[in-house]
Design a protein around this ligand. Structure first.
Ligand code: NAP
Length: 281
C-alpha cells in the first residue's frame, strides 16, 4: 500500500480561484491591515506572501511597519484606530512580536469581528463551545478542509494532535472534537508519545521537531497530517513526520512543503472575505 498524498497546493489553488471569482462577482474590495513589528526574516517572507496572495484574489492590504523597539502603546493605538475604521475588514498582527512585548495583550485588542486569524479569546471561545459564527484560525481550519476534501471519515476516529499552541494545536483539537473524533493532545511533557500514536487513526503533528513521528509509531492505514516546518540534515525543507518511511504504511499523508502551508494562506483570505461579508450584511 502506498499512501495517497493530499495535495494542499492544488486544493488551496482551487479555493483561491473560488474566492477571486466571488470577490469579482460581488464587485467588492475587502481590506486587510497587516501589522509587522521588527525584522524577523521569516515574518518578512510570510507577510510578503500573504500580501501577494491577497492581491491575486482582489483583497487590498495595507502594511503598517514598526521597528524592534516599538512601544506597545503605539501598536495598541493603531489597533484601536483600525478597529474603528469602517474601510478595514480584517487586522493581522504578524507574530512573533519583538521580545518583551506581551503578544496576547496586543492580540486581544483586535476587535473579534476583525480578528481574521481567529486568535482572539472570543473566537477561540466560540470554537470551544462548538458554536458557529466565529473566526477559526487559518491553519487548523485548512487542515479540516484537507481532511474533508480527501473524504476522510472523522466521526468516532481516534485523533491525536501533537502540539498544544493557541495557533494550531488547541484549535485543531477542538475542531476534531466538534467533528466527533475522540481527541488526544500531546506536548513536550507527554510520556510515551509512541503508544499514543500507535492508537491514532489520524495524527496531526505541529511541533517543528524533525522526524518526531517515525514509521513504527503509526498504525497501518493511519492518516498523517504534517504541520511542522523543519530542515533536515541537508537543509531540505520537511516536517515532523518521517515522510518517506511512513509512505507505505499510512493511508493518507500531507507533504511538506505543499500540504498544510498553502491551505493556511487560502484560509486566511477566506477569513478576510467572511469578515467583509459579515460586516456588510
Ligand atoms: P509552538 O507554539 O512552538 O508549539 C509547538 C508545540 O509542540 C508545543 O505545544 C510543544 O509542547 C510541542 N512539542 C515540542 N516538542 C515536542 C515533542 N518532542 N513531543 C511532543 N510535543 C512537542 O509552535 P506552533 O506555532 O504550534 O507551530 C508548530 C510547527 O508548525 C512549527 O514547525 C511551525 O513552523 C509550523 N507551522 C506551520 C504552519 C503552516 O501553515 N504550515 C502554520 C503554523 C505553524 P509544549 O507546549 O509542552 O512546549
Amino acid at each position: 500500500m502506498s499512501a495517497t498524498i493530499i495535495n494542499g497546493k492544488e486544493i488551496a489553488f482551487q479555493i483561491r480561484e473560488k474566492l477571486k471569482n466571488e470577490i469579482q462577482t460581488r464587485a467588492i474590495t475587502p481590506k486587510l491591515a497587516v501589522i509587522l513589528a521588527g525584522h524577523d526574516p521569516a515574518s518578512e517572507i510570510y507577510v510578503k506572501n500573504k500580501q501577494k496572495a491577497a492581491a491575486e484574489v482582489g483583497i487590498e492590504t495595507v502594511l503598517y511597519r514598526f521597528e524592534d523597539d516599538v512601544n506597545p502603546k503605539e501598536l495598541e493605538d493603531l489597533i484601536d484606530a483600525l478597529n474603528k475604521d469602517f474601510s478595514v475588514n480584517g487586522i493581522l498582527l504578524q507574530l512573533p512580536l519583538p521580545e518583551g512585548i506581551d503578544s496576547s495583550k496586543i492580540l486581544n485588542r483586535i476587535s473579534p469581528q476583525k480578528d481574521v486569524d481567529g486568535f482572539h479569546p472570543f473566537n477561540m471561545g466560540l470554537l470551544m463551545a462548538g458554536m458557529n459564527g466565529g473566526t477559526v484560525a487559518a491553519t487548523p481550519k485548512g487542515i479540516l478542509r484537507l481532511l474533508k476534501h480527501a473524504g476522510i471519515e472523522l466521526a468516532g476516529k481516534n485523533a491525536l494532535v501533537i502540539g498544544r499552541s493557541n495557533i494550531v494545536g488547541k484549535p485543531m483539537a477542538m475542531l476534531l472534537l466538534n467533528e466527533d473524533c475522540t481527541v488526544s493532545v500531546a506536548h513536550s511533557k507527554t510520556k510515551d508519545l509512541k503508544s499514543l500514536c500507535q492508537n491514532a487513526d489520524i495524527i496531526v503533528s505541529a511541533t517543528g521537531c524533525l522526524k518526531l513521528v517515525q514509521k513504527d509509531f503509526i498504525k497501518d492505514g493511519a492518516v498523517l497530517i504534517d504541520v511542522g516546518i523543519c530542515r533536515d540534515e541537508n537543509g531540505k525543507l520537511c516536517g515532523d513526520i518521517d515522510f518517506e518511511a511512513c509512505l507505505d504504511k499510512a493511508s493518507f499523508m500531507t507533504p511538506v512543503p505543499g500540504g498544510v502551508g498553502p491551505m493556511t494562506i487560502a484560509m486566511l483570505l477566506e477569513n478576510v472575505l467572511e469578515a467583509y461579508l459579515k460586516q456588510n450584511a
